[in-house]
Write a protein of this length. Structure first.
Length: 151
């Protein structure tokens, strides 16, 4: 008789959960007709965390993607007026990315979309279960509530 592969089962459950979360967030984004993909949403949220407009390479490093992926995302967001490329004041050869007023407005809307999606995802859980899940997720992603950031 073989014992069940608990880690394999857990890995499968995590995969199913991440797919479900992605589908729910995408559906909520589409329902609000923001014209923003989940990847663009992530870029906007990441961009907002920088103290000053970052370089493309900074965004790529923060998002853990190749620079070309950031270029594609920025191109789309720039075309919709959410971000703009600006020259670095200290080095004109460097281009930085900054949020526009429309980008800040989109972030406010995205916050509402994410909150609504989270409510749907967490609906089956009790308050103590939500608290426990939050602690477990903090452990898994390497943050603590004091230094972590939830968007």
């Amino acid at each position: 008789m073989t014992t069940p592969d608990a880690d394999g089962l857990l890995a499968e459950q995590l995969l199913l959960l991440t797919r479900r979360v992605h589908r729910i967030q995408k559906r909520h984004l589409e329902q609000r007709s923001l014209g923003i993909t989940p990847a663009q949403s992530r870029l906007l949220r990441t961009l907002a965390r920088f103290g000053e407009p970052p370089r493309m390479a900074d965004l790529a490093a923060s998002l853990e993607v190749v620079p070309r992926a950031v270029t594609t995302l920025v191109d789309g967001l720039e075309a919709s007026g959410k971000v703009r490329r600006v020259p670095d004041p200290a080095n004109r050869r460097v281009t930085r990315i900054e949020l526009t007023d429309d980008g800040h407005g989109a972030l406010r809307e995205l916050h509402g979309v994410r909150r609504t999606a989270a409510e749907e995802i967490l609906a089956p859980l009790t308050d103590p279960q939500r608290a426990a899940l939050g602690e477990l997720l903090d452990t898994l992603v390497g943050t603590t509530p004091a230094r972590g950031h939830r968007c």
